[in-house]
Design a protein around this ligand. Structure first.
Ligand SMILES: [Ca+2]
Length: 672
């Protein structure tokens, strides 16, 4: 008998739900065992009594006259639980250790299949770009038995650029499903909500050259224009069988459960990548020309490969001359190889932005680290969030999902560019043209927050794009008090660490609530929810250890930072994980026996890039297997060649944003 059949066909009783679902927007605003009980404790000044050096002591609640929303609804059960304990830590070591394995997971979870050069180039295909008398371009794709030789011949003709077509691939990889503002760290990182006070990208059109965009997604409603199917060379592009393009679009114009960086801009969908995520430079070039002729102010290309293509380069430079800002992902190969289109015209940065037709965007991890998959080199102009980015998925594919890659960094940057470009228009500068494209590109680079080595470097270029700084450079009145690095990291026994940095001089207070995680974006977690757990001054890194939380509840930490009379809000959160294990009670072990495990991913949260570890024990023998699920968060674990009764324990280690989870007590009888 095939052991695999047994494993997959038998669903054992070991369906283990770790962590109860907390309905989003549920009536209970109370932090369990904390909101009500500790709210009362705060009033009596006893919060944090057990923690040496605590400097908050519930002063926030008392000082502002705000109180826990749950104070009047405390349940008897909650009173029996220990009060919330908050302790300020020495901001050095604890977080670093909590973080290290997480970084590795993030990197490991981008499968190699998303890298360039997987699919062979279309062997007999040729891209021919011709300039018409009015200065426009036409792109045609022709077949030739010897494309290289035919291209040389065609290039001899005036105003003609031809080259053998290359294969480009999309540059992102899916994680599990999920949604909500508290998990969208990218909005904190680029300081999106502070920027939106001045500009939300209204009036700017961003062409998304990708796998298409699911225009029916509620979070994209009213933001997706009629598009183009460049593969079939006809109207289309508003469906997305792959899902990549929808994720990209949501990162720009999402305005529902998830929010993009320019929620009032418009997306012009152009399908040039096929259902499996590959596309030809011939179709990409045709799509670019269509986009320029149909109102694109910005073009986002979350795609690439290591082959340059002369015809595609021609089209991109033409678009740039017409005043279109082209933004592209630098690639996920994790090498120094140039990836195109990002690397076209590898001009020296800053001084020669005018000669660089593509703003190349690399990825940055939430911690500020460089994810190893993100390409390095001089063609990396700026960096943006690119690890575990939550955005929209097609409605038929779960509606929300996590993806990692420079594919995500690029549209977040394109959205910031749209916000800046909208401000550019509002400030009465030249409304369009190359001056605007160059101006906005220059501002994004010059106002980026430095990362890594001091100054411009090959990992991050000029640094992390910052919408508030970009707007300020364009004269917009902005207040930028958001924390760009806020993280709430769950630990064992209901203890979590909240880490954040806020600007110097700001009055800072932190609220913790048990709901709001999935509420409407932008910005769940109002000031009225939850309870204060800390107040202090900005200008330093703060780490709070919060104990007596429940690892089956969702928590949202909201950091309010007030300076010059303006309050900024930063949201981060922590949610429970559900583990599910499918196993037979008996299993014949052959060479390739497998066990199915999964993290359940209800729509309102997922396990973003976290890993599943299965520990098998039989007598003194012990074997540990670790897998990092992608896509639907299911994983198949090889069963070791043990005999007799074998216990196994399944643990989901938490990515940031999720409680760590372990399910124990599974047994299986193995036979040979
Ligand atoms: Ca740097």
């Amino acid at each position: 008998m095939d052991p695999r059949r047994i494993v997959t066909a038998s669903v054992c009783a070991g369906t283990l739900l770790v962590g109860g679902l907390v309905p989003v927007g549920a009536a209970s605003a109370v932090v369990p065992g904390a909101g009500a009980a500790a709210g009362a404790a705060a009033a009596s000044g006893s919060v944090g009594a057990g923690s040496a050096g605590a400097s908050f002591a519930g002063a926030g609640s008392a000082g502002t006259g705000e109180n826990s929303a749950g104070a009047g609804s405390s349940a008897q059960a909650d009173r029996d639980k220990p009060p919330l304990q908050v302790e300020e830590l020495n901001p050095v070591a604890a977080l670093r250790s909590a973080q290290s394995s997480d970084d590795l997971q993030a990197e490991a979870s981008v499968p190699a299949t998303t890298l360039a050069s997987i699919a062979p180039d279309p062997s007999d295909s040729l891209t021919v770009v011709k300039q018409t008398p009015d200065g426009n371009l036409t792109v045609t794709e022709v077949s030739a038995t010897n494309p290289a030789r035919t291209a040389r011949k065609l290039n001899a003709a005036p105003k003609t650029t031809a080259s053998p077509a290359k294969t480009r691939s999309i540059l992102g990889a899916p994680h599990a499903d999920g949604s909500a503002r508290d998990l969208q760290w990218q909005l904190n990182h680029v300081r999106a909500e502070d920027a939106w006070r001045a500009s939300t990208g209204a009036g700017i059109t961003i062409a998304v050259i990708d796998t298409g965009v699911d225009a029916a997604h509620p979070d994209l409603a009213g933001r997706v224009l009629p598009g183009y199917d460049a593969i079939r060379r006809r109207a289309g592009g508003t469906t997305d069988p792959n899902g990549h393009g929808t994720h990209v679009a949501g990162a720009i114009v999402g305005h529902g459960q998830v929010a993009g960086s320019a929620p009032d801009a418009r997306v012009l969908p152009v399908r040039a990548m096929d259902n499996s995520g590959f596309g030809s430079t011939a179709d990409i070039a045709a799509g670019i020309v269509w986009a320029v002729n149909n109102g694109a102010d910005i073009i986002n290309m979350s795609l690439g490969s290591t082959d340059a293509d002369r015809a595609e380069a021609k089209v991109i430079k033409w678009a740039f001359k017409r005043g279109v800002l082209v933004v592209a992902a630098v690639g996920n190969e994790g090498s120094k190889r140039k990836v195109y289109p990002a690397a076209y015209k590898d001009a020296k940065r800053d001084a020669q932005v005018k000669k660089d037709p593509v703003l190349g965007v690399g990825a940055v991890h939430r911690s500020g680290a460089h994810p190893s998959f993100s390409q390095r080199g001089k063609f990396v102009d700026v960096a943006a969030p690119g690890v575990r980015v939550l955005s929209t998925a097609p409605v038929g594919k779960g509606s929300y999902g996590w993806q990692s890659g420079t594919s995500m960094a690029s549209p977040i940057t394109a959205g910031v560019a749209a916000v800046a470009m909208s401000q550019w228009n509002a400030s009465g500068r030249a409304g369009s043209g190359k001056a605007r494209a160059v101006g906005v590109s220059s501002v994004l680079r010059s106002t980026a927050r430095d990362l890594g080595a001091t100054g411009t470097d090959k990992l991050f270029g000029s640094g992390a794009v910052d919408a508030v700084a970009a707007l300020a450079a364009l004269g917009a009145p902005t207040a930028g008090g958001m924390s760009t690095d806020a993280r709430l990291i769950g630990g064992a026994r209901g203890r979590a660490i909240l880490a954040f940095t806020t600007p110097a001089g700001a009055d800072v207070r932190v609220r913790l609530s048990s709901r709001g995680g999935g509420g409407g974006a932008p910005g769940a977690g109002s000031d009225a929810d939850g309870q204060h757990v800390w107040t202090g001054k900005g200008g330093r890194e703060v780490q709070l250890s919060i104990a007596a939380l429940s690892d089956v509840r969702s928590y949202t930490a909201t950091i309010f930072s007030t300076s010059n009379g303006v309050t900024s809000r930063t949201v981060t959160g922590l949610r429970p994980v559900q583990l599910r294990v499918w196993c037979p009670k008996k299993m014949k072990v052959k060479k390739r026996s497998k066990l199915k495990v999964a993290t359940l991913s209800p729509p309102e949260f997922g396990i973003p890039g976290g890993g599943i570890t299965v520990t098998f024990t039989s007598g003194a023998k012990r074997q540990v297997t670790r897998v990092v699920p992608t896509g639907d968060a299911k994983a198949v674990v090889p069963v070791p060649r043990m005999r007799g009764k074998v216990r196994f324990e399944v643990a989901a280690d938490a990515a940031e944003g999720n409680w760590p989870t372990t399910s124990t007590g599974h047994r299986v009888r193995l036979k040979r």
